[in-house]
Design a protein around this ligand. Sequence first.
Ligand code: OAD
Length: 225
Amino acid sequence: MVFTGAGISAESGIKTFRDSGGQWDEYDLNNVATPEAWERNPILVLDFYNARRKQVMKAKPNSAHKALVELEQKFNVQIITQNVDDLHERAGSKNVLHLHGEIMKAQSTADPSLVHTLQNSSLLHGDKCKNGSQLRPHIVWFGELVPNMELAYLLVENADILIVTGTSLNVYPAAGLLEYAPKKSAKYIIDPNDVSLVIEEGFTYIKKNAGNGLPELCQKLLNEK
Ligand code: OAD
């Protein structure tokens, strides 16, 4: 089980949210990432995600994403990501569950189960689903339920090994997932910045960037198996 956040894509050139100079320094999340923001100013929200989507399309998977693909040689790897980018999929990982949505998709405002894959970076005011309702980014905004949470709990409860990387563990319910890991599972966290909370909870802390720390850890696990 690998739980990833924005930090795993930082070395691909996608900004994290809460590091200095991160996305929430530049934008007030209340203006772009809430249902209220969408009600107030959908064009601003669409512009924000169109710019993010453009960045994601330019970015390439880095050594951390690729290491998780290598790990599949000997392990049944399940990734649960808070990221809305598609870098795990483009690297070649088979099992990826997105908790906070996917930026390359749009959903109907009238029926969230109507989801379209976008072919280019722009989603515009006036772009409609087949039933004639405006499309919005397929993103779980602050204040909305996280539809994949129950499945994520089940997956974490069955983990033999848990690897966490690139997340500040600030956003719930996603951050609460770690509490569901079995006591006997081996737990690692890779982050260049201090994450004291989880060190206390039986994690081996690897104070490195994901781009170095994750390939090293994956190689170690492959050698030991
Ligand atoms: P954050 O921006 O909160 O945290 C990024 C984490 O990545 C921090 O702990 C950094 O120290 C770490 N980091 C930075 N560079 C790294 C690197 N090269 N390798 C490894 N780690 C690195 O991002 P998330 O925890 O993912 O939600 O944020 C959670 C959610 O908040 C996001 O999914 C997003 C955001 O608001 C929505 O938009 C709904």
